[in-house]
Design a protein around this ligand. Structure first.
Ligand code: GLU
Length: 399
């Protein structure tokens, strides 16, 4: 059978593929510790689930407007006003089937074939492939651990060409957990301002999961002039432990949102009606559940960082938020097990899966082959056990 050329150029999502592999092994009775997929291990808070039950009882089971119910758009505007101090109206909001879908719709709305999208690496696995699906060209900018994996103004300046249409920023970052400070963003803004037609996708879905003294800030908050050409991506998935409900948002320029909504109206139509009502409660209801989850993520991050740093050769940039760590295991490359040599992050992930029964995502899927990604949204017991296994597995590699 023949398939479209554009599909030949993309890969399946590495995070979801490895998660599926881990689940399959688990079903076969292998005691896998799954550090692969990034989703909170907590259950969706009760009051949010109750809102879904109420929506069902009230019969909110039909189509909604394709771009989402007005109540949810209003709740998003209130929420953004509270956490960003920025004012938007419901016509600035598109409700999609998760943050991923919101990004997809926005890229479809703005890119022509040949348009370039600047993506700092390490990046979330899906950005480049989503760009490729539009016929656009991902321009990957490697960011080094010495600079905490962050994009610098000179690197951004060098990456921008006549064809650049979009810049994707993601802070706190998946996979590194690093968060850009206001000063760091200001220096990027100097460069962004020179290109007046550049659209910024600010993927903020981990904005509420920040540790210590880190204060939430994004590019539009440091410079309001960028409001009109920045699209904020948010979702209830990570903040409220609602990954399966599939509700995310794109918030930005009215015309852009309207075009992205048109794309959605010709593909999925509205996101699940019941999930939308649950999301209204998530955004407007009691927020103490978020604080409790974030406290736990921070505690785990501290524990995991301590354990990883104690392993000989492992290098690590400490996360400031989200629930990932992205250690550099490359000092172990070149070593062997069962006559197989570990040549990069894919081999390392295979080795850890096969021999230690821990699932991690190879760094190459995020644009950095030295590292592997651990999602630390696991119980304390699983974390401890998984890190014990990692330590032993690395020790057992023959030098
Ligand atoms: N965003 C999460 C992750 O990076 C969920 C899976 C996905 O869609 O990539 O693991």
């Amino acid at each position: 059978m023949r398939f479209a050329d554009r599909v030949a150029n993309i890969k399946p999502s590495a995070t979801l593929t490895i998660n599926a592999k881990a689940q399959k092994l688990r079903q076969m009775g292998v005691k896998i510790i799954n550090f692969a997929v990034g989703e909170p291990d907590f259950d969706t808070p009760y009051h949010i689930k109750q809102a879904a039950v109420d929506a069902l009882k009230k019969g909110f089971t039909r189509y909604t407007p394709a771009s989402g119910i007005i109540e949810l758009k209003e709740a998003v505007c209130e929420w953004i006003s509270k956490y960003y101090g920025l004012k938007y109206q419901p016509h600035n909001v598109l409700v999609s089937c998760g943050g991923k879908h919101a990004i997809f719709n926005v890229l479809q709305a703005v890119l022509n074939p040949g348009d370039e999208v600047v993506i700092p690496a390490p990046y979330w696995v899906s950005y480049p492939d989503m760009v490729v699906l539009t016929g656009g060209i991902p321009v990957i900018v490697p960011c080094v651990p010495e600079n905490n994996f962050k994009l610098t103004a000179p690197a951004l300046r060098d990456a921008i060409s006549e064809k650049t249409r979009v810049l994707i920023l993601n802070s706190p970052s998946n996979p590194t957990g690093v968060h850009y400070s206001a000063e760091e963003l200001e220096s990027l803004v100097e460069v962004i301002k020179v290109r007046r037609d550049l659209v910024i996708i600010s993927d903020d879905i981990y904005s509420r999961i920040l540790f210590g003294d880190n204060k939430w800030v994004n590019v539009t908050m440091v410079d309001h002039d960028l409001l009109d050409r920045t699209v904020i991506i948010q979702a209830v998935s990570k903040t409220y432990a609602m990954t399966g409900w599939r509700i995310g948002f794109a918030v930005g320029n009215e015309d852009l949102i309207s075009v992205a909504s048109k794309v959605q109206s010709q593909s999925t139509s509205n996101p699940c009606s019941i999930a939308q009502w649950a999301a209204v409660e998530a955004l407007k209801g009691d927020q103490s559940c978020v604080n409790e989850m974030v406290e736990k993520f921070e505690e785990r991050a501290r524990y995991v960082v301590g354990r990883l740093k104690a392993i000989t050769g492992v290098r690590l940039v400490e996360p400031q938020g989200a629930f990932y760590v992205f250690p550099d295991l490359s000092p172990y490359y070149g070593r062997q097990y069962k006559n197989k040599q570990i040549t990069g992050s894919v081999d390392m992930a295979d080795y850890l899966m096969e021999e230690a029964h821990i699932a991690v995502v190879p760094g190459i899927a995020f644009g950095d082959d030295r590292c592997v990604r651990f999602s630390i949204a696991l119980s304390d017991k699983e974390l401890a056990e998984g890190l014990d296994r990692l330590e032993t597995a690395l020790k057992n590699l023959e030098g």
